[in-house]
Design a protein around this ligand. Sequence first.
Ligand code: S3P
Length: 159
Amino acid sequence: MIFLIGFMGSGKTTVAQQLSEKLALPLLEMDEEIERQEGTSIKDIFSRKGEGYFRQKETELLQSIKADSVVSTGGGVVEREDNREALHMGKVIYLQASWETIDSRLSNDTTRPLWKGNEQDKKEKFQGRLALYERAADLVVNVDDKSPEVITDEIIRRL
Ligand code: S3P
């Protein structure tokens, strides 16, 4: 089992797709699976039912994973202790991006409910997560200025 972790916009979804193809393992994109189960978007789940409800679904999904697969997690998966423990069932790869990379990639994003507020609010969320990702990671891969192909190949080399 391979888990990709990292902040929103770090490229988890794209890299997970490529890894799953190259390693011939099934792909699980957790946010997409939650959207499928709930029949609506992440944004809508947050606005109708709140972050706590979403986090509960995220934990249940994580704990239900049995098959060897490449898992693209949501950026907040490291926030709960339960989740951090569950990640130990696999190899945890942290896609590490600088603030500049994230801020420019998400500059026009309106789909992520927690990418909100002023620049300061966003930066605090980013900085508050860094230590959690680092602590959870078995492998750290810097993604700044790299294509998904280059990142995928680097991960495979370092697995
Ligand atoms: C979140 C990240 C999102 C999604 C939800 C919450 C977060 O996933 O799970 O909006 O708390 O960082 P991505 O990392 O795929 O954007």
